[in-house]
Design a protein around this ligand. Structure first.
Ligand code: CO
Length: 134
């Protein structure tokens, strides 16, 4: 059911430091910062030949990654995102298999303008999983 790895998301305290490291030290192509108030993050996309890395910095009150950064002071891998062809079919299959879909279970529009869902890390070996409709 799952397809390509769309991105790996890394939470950072400072997007500026993250951009410097990925652009200058690692020599990657990095996008301009994109504030996403409805998700409580500012994002930059690191373009790699075969996938993307997203650097997430907390934005506003109650950012979903603020708690993560309290537990992971240096930052860390926050989630992985797999593509699916049909997000509703994927959700229904996962629920039938007993996996927990976060929030109200309805897809929201994610950072790439496509519907996304998040799955409970406890059901996926401690990894927060995002599904994005391809
Ligand atoms: Co993501």
């Amino acid at each position: 059911m799952i397809g390509r790895l769309n991105h790996v998301a890394i939470a950072v305290r400072s997007l500026e430091a993250g951009v410097r490291t990925y652009r200058d030290t690692l020599g990657a192509k990095v996008s301009a910062p994109l504030p996403q108030p409805e998700h409580g993050v500012t994002v930059v996309f690191v373009e790699l030949p075969n996938t993307k890395i997203e650097l997430l910095e907390p934005l506003g009150e109650g950012s979903p990654i603020a708690k993560f950064l309290e537990r992971n002071a240096d930052g860390g891998i926050h989630h992985v995102c797999y593509e699916v062809d049909d997000i509703i079919a994927a959700r229904d299959r996962l629920k039938a298999e007993g996996a927990r879909v976060l929030g109200d279970g309805e897809p929201r529009i994610g950072a790439h303008g496509k519907p996304v869902l998040f799955l409970h890390p406890k059901d996926f070996f401690g990894t927060l999983v995002e599904l994005e409709q391809a």
